[in-house]
Design a protein around this ligand. Structure first.
Ligand code: PMT
Length: 308
């Protein structure tokens, strides 16, 4: 596996890198004045292109529910939010209106040439719209998107650099599903891989872990939460604890692919605790992110108190 430095020196920044870097800097400058708590949420999956002129890429399952839902609960808790997400994955607020659901909520009055929210949906839509407007008008959320693994690398580092001065008031909530394997640019085909040449032999390489520079160099004083996804329950805790021991950050939230909407495990240096939804809570439409964020915020506050 190459190092992070090698990755940055061989993968160019995205075309709009400077623009996004400036947005991050300005957002952080605005909020540091108010001694604001701030969270960087990463959300959705990264792609790994197979060609420079990309027609095909390797992707993963993550649709960004965890990140998008959590962003809403962090905003409710008073945090400013940097939402670093995969382009076209779910976003806070609009996630409630994806697909046909949105059109089902509307009524068209042809005579009046007007469109209204059906009365049965007003109670659902109004609070979401209210929270959305409060976040937008208060400048409480910054949306930054990525698609490829390399874009994610560059933008995550830029976000961390902007957060450095927040010290312990910064919280990192790394929920993105980041590819562990990639094709280095010097080994990537330039043009669309042709089927006429037979089955391609694509050698994927290991991606360096970003948690090490995040914890040691970029935001050493921040409260850092990573996630660990597994499909085999038998290794979930050991892998989560392994990550915590290796990178020495604050918290790992373990989850299983199959049950991630209803159950997670908080693994900290001195504790291990299951957080899950009861049957009643599931029926009532409670989201597990509400419980996760509540607990993370509590831990973050304790962490800040300890530092001061
Ligand atoms: O989007 P949803 O459908 O709602 O699903 C949410 C989720 C399952 C994707 C989320 O809850 C989750 O578990 N995200 C982390 C997935 C995972 O296991 O990632 P990982 O094992 O590859 O990485 C572990 C941690 O290291 C992650 O926090 C990641 O941000 C970090 N990492 C990963 C790769 C890399 N090169 N550097 C890193 O620092």
């Amino acid at each position: 596996m190459g190092t992070c430095e090698e990755f940055y020196s061989t993968n160019s920044p995205p075309n709009d890198y400077e623009e996004k870097q400036k947005l991050l800097r300005e957002f952080c400058e605005l909020h540091i004045k108010n001694k604001q708590y701030i969270v960087l949420i990463t959300s959705g999956g990264t792609t790994v292109p197979l060609e420079h002129n990309t027609v095909r890429f390797v992707d993963n399952f993550s649709g960004g529910v965890r990140g998008a839902a959590s962003a809403e609960y962090f905003l409710k808790s008073g945090y400013a939010v940097i939402f670093l997400h995969r382009l076209k994955s779910l976003e806070p607020f609009t996630r409630h209106f994806s697909g046909q659901k949105f059109l089902e909520m509307l009524d068209l009055d042809e005579k009046q040439s007007s469109i209204k929210v059906k009365s049965t949906f007003v109670d659902t839509v109004a609070p979401i719209l209210r929270s959305y407007k409060a976040a937008q008008e208060g400048g409480k959320i910054l949306y930054i998107n990525f698609t490829t693994l390399s874009e994610y690398f560059w933008l995550l580092r830029a976000a961390c650099e902007s957060l450095y001065d927040f010290g312990p008031h910064a919280l990192l909530y790394l929920a993105a599903a980041v590819s562990d394997f990639f094709v280095p640019p010097n080994e990537m085909a330039t043009h669309k891989i042709q089927s006429g040449s037979g089955p391609p032999k694509i050698q994927l390489q290991l991606v360096p872990k970003l948690l090490a520079p995040i914890v040691n160099n970029w935001v050493p004083n921040a409260f850092i939460v990573s996630f660990k996804l597994e499909t085999d329950e038998n290794i979930l805790i050991s892998k989560s604890r392994g990550a915590l021991n290796k990178y020495k950050h604050n918290l790992v939230i373990g989850n299983m692919l199959q049950t991630r909407r209803t159950r997670v495990i908080f693994v900290s240096p001195d504790n291990q605790e299951e957080v899950k939804l009861s049957r009643e809570q599931i029926i009532d439409g409670i989201e597990i992110e509400k419980k996760i964020v509540h607990k993370v915020v509590t831990e973050h506050c304790k962490f800040i108190q300890k530092q001061s």
